[in-house]
Structures are given as C-alpha cells and as structure tokens.
Design a protein around this ligand. Structure first.
Ligand SMILES: C[C@@]1(CC(=O)O)c2cc3[nH]c(cc4nc(cc5[nH]c(cc(n2)[C@H]1CCC(=O)O)[C@@](C)(CC(=O)O)[C@@H]5CCC(=O)O)C(CC(=O)O)=C4CCC(=O)O)c(CCC(=O)O)c3CC(=O)O
Ligand SMILES: NC(=O)C1=CN([C@@H]2O[C@H](COP(=O)(O)OP(=O)(O)OC[C@H]3O[C@@H](n4cnc5c(N)ncnc54)[C@H](O)[C@@H]3O)[C@@H](O)[C@H]2O)C=CC1
Length: 197
C-alpha cells in the first residue's frame, strides 16, 4: 500500500533550499521551476555546474551561493532538497531538518526523505501527480507520457468553462454541488476522453 499523502505546494510563497548543483541538482531545479516558475529557491553548492549557472541566469527568484553548506542556511527555510554527492552532509542535514521541523527530500535516497518528488502530467490548469511509492520512477515517467497523450488539449477549455459556471452559480452549497455534478456527468457522457477504438 502507498501511504504517501499527495499535496500541491505553492513554491512561490515558501522558501526552498537546494543543496548540490551537479546534474542531479539541475534535474531537481528543472522539476521545481517547470511546475512553479516563481519558486523561491536558495541554491547552495561548493561547485555550481556551468549548465546550472546557465539555467538560473536571469531568474530573479533563484539565489545562488557557491560555497559549502552552513548550518545557518536552513534559517527561514520551509523545504529542503538535497542533490549532493556527500552522504555525511546528507545525514547531517537530515538531523538539522528534523530538529527544525523542515521537510526534506534527498534525491534518490528514500530512507532520508520526508517527501518524494512525483512525476507530473501537465495540461494547462490540469496537473496529475504520479507516485509509484518509490517502486519504479521509470514507470512513473512512462505513465506520465501515456496520460499526456491520452488527455485531449481541450481538457483545459473544459476547466475554464466549469470555472466560469461555478463563479456564476448562485444558491446554497448543496444545490451548487448537485448542479455541478449533474452538469459534469453529461459532459463526460457526451465527450468521452478515451480513444474511439
Ligand atoms: C523515491 C524517489 C525519491 C526522490 O528522489 O524524490 C526516487 C528514488 C530513486 N530514483 C532512482 C532512479 C531514477 N529516478 C528516475 C526519475 C525520477 N525519479 C523521481 C522520483 C523519485 N525517485 C522518488 C519516487 C517516485 C515514485 O514514487 O515513483 C521522479 C518521478 C521525479 C523527480 O525526481 O523529479 C523522476 C521522473 C520524472 C519524470 O520524468 O517524470 C529515473 C529515470 C530517469 O531519469 O529517466 C531513474 C533511473 C531508472 C530507475 O531506477 O528507475 C533511484 C535509484 C538510484 C540509483 O540506482 O543510484 C532511486 C533510489 C531508490 O529507488 O532506492
Ligand atoms: N548523475 C546521475 O545520473 C545520478 C546520480 N546519483 C547520485 O546523486 C547524487 C548527486 O549526483 P550528481 O549531481 O551527479 O553529483 P555531482 O558530484 O555532480 O554534484 C554534487 C554537488 O554537491 C555539492 N556538494 C558536495 N558537498 C557539498 C557541501 N559540503 N556543501 C555544498 N555543496 C556540496 C557539489 O559541489 C556539487 O555541486 C550523487 O550521490 C550520485 O551518486 C544517483 C543516480 C543517478
């Protein structure tokens, strides 16, 4: 059983610390920024790869510090992602995070994580997070590709129309929920999202 609780976090209104700026650090940075382009991230690494440097150039919500991690780096931080090649440092930051109630992800080290990154299907306003409970990130990636193909681009128009409808609707909550359920039931009956054959 997968006991992970999925949430969608507003990275633009919290402070994230990323330690490590090699290929794995770049992957984590890209994962965060493609989803949340205004994420506030402090990137600390003894050595920042040129690719990372190029990626963060011009992004003013990203701050970089090319130096060793210091314990004071976690002050004011809500979320930490580690992408270092340094197990001793990872273990040290794991302890600091627990002591300071900061949630931690250590890339590719499930035992050290409070949360995992998921694979993400994105179609306009729709976002589907996928977790395999750490069993197979590759299957998560394949499922993302499969669902992306399967979902029509019009799904975003449907979401916009539904959003307008719920803004326009009057009445009490119970009536509103009943009407929205009725309306969407017909949408799905007339506009099936599976393939015709
Ligand atoms: C537990 C978790 C913790 C975490 O890192 O957050 C974790 C752990 C590990 N990953 C490993 C390897 C790979 N990870 C990927 C890819 C992704 N990994 C991601 C998440 C997670 N990876 C979390 C669980 C997610 C879940 O529940 O499914 C994704 C979804 C999100 C992201 O990282 O952004 C992203 C896909 C993004 C996308 O494209 O959609 C690939 C494939 C590739 O890169 O093509 C490989 C190589 C192939 C393979 O091994 O499958 C290893 C072995 C390392 C080693 O052997 O040394 C471990 C450690 C272990 O399993 O013990
Ligand atoms: N590259 C890959 O495809 C994969 C890598 N991994 C693992 O993920 C980890 C990271 O991988 P890479 O990005 O390739 O490593 P890397 O060696 O390119 O980058 C490590 C980063 O951590 C930083 N760092 C180390 N000690 C530090 C300290 N005390 N303070 C601040 N920064 C510090 C380095 O300066 C560097 O920026 C490694 O443990 C690796 O074994 C796992 C699976 C695949």
């Amino acid at each position: 059983m997968n006991e992970l609780f999925p949430i969608y976090v507003k990275l633009a209104q919290i402070q994230t610390l990323l330690v490590g700026a090699g290929p794995v650090g770049l992957e984590k940075l890209q994962a965060m920024l493609t989803n949340s382009p205004n994420a506030n991230i402090h990137l600390v690494a003894e050595r920042i790869d040129e690719e990372v440097r190029a990626f963060v150039r011009g992004k003013d919500t990203i701050r970089t510090s090319e130096r060793a991690f210091a314990d004071t780096d976690i002050e004011g931080i809500d979320l930490i992602v580690l992408a270092t090649n340094n197990p001793t440092l990872n273990a040290h930051i794991r302890k600091l995070a627990t002591k300071n109630n900061v949630l931690l992800n250590v890339a590719d080290k499930p035992d050290l994580c409070d949360f995992y990154l998921g694979s993400v299907v994105r179609k306009g306003n729709l976002k589907i997070g996928i977790s395999t409970n750490g069993k197979s990130p590759t299957i998560a990636k394949r499922l993302k590709e499969f669902l992306h193909e399967l979902l029509p681009d019009e799904i975003d128009e449907t979401l916009d129309l539904m959003s307008q409808l719920r803004d326009e609707m009057k009445g009490d909550m119970k009536e509103k929920i009943q009407a929205l359920n009725k309306h969407t039931k017909t949408i799905l009956e007339t506009k099936r999202y599976d393939s015709p054959n």
